[in-house]
Design a protein around this ligand. Structure first.
Ligand SMILES: Cc1cc2nc3c(=O)[nH]c(=O)nc-3n(C[C@H](O)[C@H](O)[C@H](O)COP(=O)(O)O)c2cc1C
Length: 365
């Protein structure tokens, strides 16, 4: 059966899932997500969509045929490029990967806990960076059919399984490994994952190590952007962003999931409340989806003002991630100074409605 039809059936049967206990619902959804993602990434689509030339842009000298792509974590092991390229994505990003292979989180018999709150357009995940590790992933052939205008990004992060110093050393080594994979056009350094125990330290000293050891020694044109959390305050962005620019990074992504449950609990609809509370109290995890839309826009506006004031004589791009669902969100992001947008939760909500037309549906109007 076609995957898009299976997805619709799953969503229509959601009311049956709601008859189960919270724990059982999360177990079913987590298993279902893993199963679905394997099927999704391994499809071979018969048709393809090419966005109109007018949506194309050249950033850092790389052609993006439209301003919208998946966000990190959707294809953790570099799978699925051919699928989203055929659907019409403006770019692709794989990872987040770490130096060592990781199985991800498991608790109370639930592997890679994940849930969607169907009445609130929110997802919560506590996956914990499962991936095959940089040694293997950096050598991967991501596609045999790279599409012009659909470049490849890779998201990489310091592994939380080592001390901060050792983790940074390994991360720098990984960056050099990915530099050798000529299919990869840009790198995203993930400084924002909420689902791992952080080894302390602070962002700027870590980014300084990357700048000194990697950015200054790149042997080819390989833009590196930094992905931060959606939970950053204006004061923190004002402190971090000028330093990130001065260090020589090429862009910023705002941003990752939120762990500010208190702030967003009022956005959770009645029926979803128990599930939300059970998940966040049992696992923690990051919130994604519509709930982040206003915040991601606000912090991108703050970032754009800072970048504009600095009158840079080189390219530095802002990418918005968090609550992107439709063409209006993309237009609004561009108007506030973002060069690209990424989607994850909104992508799968749109896939439920539009199936393989998930990207082309954005360009209909
Ligand atoms: C299941 C899941 C796994 C994710 N894994 C990662 C990851 O590995 N690396 C990362 O930078 N962000 C990860 N994210 C965060 C997304 O990339 C994105 O920044 C966040 O979900 C906000 O966008 P959205 O509202 O469009 O979902 C993950 C999100 C979800 C829902």
């Amino acid at each position: 059966m076609q995957l898009s039809i299976l997805t619709k059936m799953y969503h229509r049967a959601q009311f049956l899932l709601e008859l189960l206990s919270e724990k059982q619902q999360i177990k079913a959804a987590s298993l279902g997500r893993a199963f679905f993602m394997r099927k999704f990434a391994n499809q071979s689509l018969k048709t393809s969509f090419i966005p109109d030339k007018k949506y194309s842009r050249r950033l850092w000298g790389i052609e993006f045929r439209s301003p919208i792509m998946n966000s990190a974590g959707m294809f953790k092991n570099g799978e699925g490029y051919d699928v989203v390229a055929a659907m019409g994505a403006g770019a692709y990003i794989g990872g987040t990967s770490t130096a060592n292979p990781r199985n991800g989180n498991e608790k109370h018999g639930i592997k890679l806990p994940f849930i969607t709150l169907p009445n609130s357009n929110i997802a919560v995940n506590w996956l914990g960076l499962p991936n095959y590790g940089d040694e293997y992933l950096s050598k991967l052939v991501i596609t045999n059919n790279k599409v012009v205008g659909c470049p490849i990004g890779w998201s990489v992060m310091r592994s939380p399984d080592f001390s901060e110093d050792e983790g940074m050393e390994k991360l720098v080594a990984s960056l050099f490994l990915y530099q050798e994979n000529k299919q990869i056009d840009f790198i995203e350094v993930n400084e924002s994952c909420p689902n791992v125990k952080n080894g302390g330290g602070s962002i700027i000293p870590r980014l300084t190590i990357i700048a000194e050891k990697f950015l200054k020694n790149r042997n080819r044109h390989l833009p590196v952007i930094v992905k931060l959390s959606n939970d950053l305050t204006q004061a923190i962005i004002e402190e971090l962003l000028p330093k990130i620019i001065q260090l020589g990074f090429d862009g910023i992504n705002l941003g990752n999931t939120s762990t500010n449950y208190k702030r967003y609990s009022s956005n959770v609809s009645g029926n979803d409340k128990l599930l939300f509370e059970y998940f966040t109290e049992t696992f923690g995890g990051g919130l994604s989806g519509r709930v982040l839309k206003d915040n991601s826009l606000q912090i991108c506006i703050i970032a754009a003002r800072i970048v504009a004031k600095m009158h840079l004589n080189r390219e530095f791009h802002i990418i918005r991630s968090g609550g992107i669902e439709n063409s209006a969100d993309i237009v609004q992001s561009e108007q506030c100074g973002c060069s690209l947008t990424q989607w994850y939760t909104g992508f799968f909500n749109a896939y439920d409605k539009f199936g393989d037309d998930v990207y082309s549906s954005l360009f209909r109007n």
